[in-house]
Ligand binder design. Structure first.
Ligand SMILES: [Zn+2]
Ligand SMILES: [Zn+2]
Length: 148
């Protein structure tokens, strides 16, 4: 079963760090180990600081922690992670193409905004760019019906 409307379903406010972890967990989903230690290793931080963020994500219904220290995304978490990836790629592409920011700066600026900008602003960027299919790193951008 698919969510009827990913944009409307997942409207959860996230801190910058929570957003970063959620996207990382989404990217790690295919890997065997997605526990707190794998996540901590990924970011070069202590396990305890990871646990803290993961607990907050769990409270928001975005991840579940299972035995054997594995963390998996709920469907809601999955949808939100995909949304954040969409937003990131659209914003950086906009900054690069329209504002002529160098790719690296465009990417880091986008990282500050991808969980903060409203849907309306993001989709205006999608439209202004004529729904680009790849971002500045050559990664695919999957648009939503609601982007149009
Ligand atoms: Zn980027
Ligand atoms: Zn879009």
């Amino acid at each position: 079963m698919r969510l009827r409307d990913e944009w409307l379903v997942v409207r959860v406010s996230l801190s910058r760090l929570e957003a970063v972890y959620l996207v990382e967990l989404h990217k790690m989903a295919d890997e065997a180990r997605t526990g707190t230690s794998a996540l901590a290793a990924r970011f070069g931080v202590k396990g305890s600081s990871v646990v803290d963020v993961v607990k907050r994500l769990e409270k928001k219904g975005l991840v579940v922690r299972e035995p054997w220290r594995s963390i998996s995304l709920t469907r809601r978490g999955e949808a939100l992670a995909e949304q954040l990836i969409h937003n990131h790629r659209v914003i950086e592409t906009y900054f690069h193409r329209v504002l002529n920011l160098p790719a690296q700066l465009a990417c880091s600026e986008a990282q500050k905004l991808d969980s903060l900008l409203s849907w309306r602003t993001i989709t205006s960027m999608c439209r202004a760019l004529n729904y680009p299919t790849t971002c500045i790193h050559g990664e695919k951008i999957k648009h939503y019906r609601r982007c149009k």
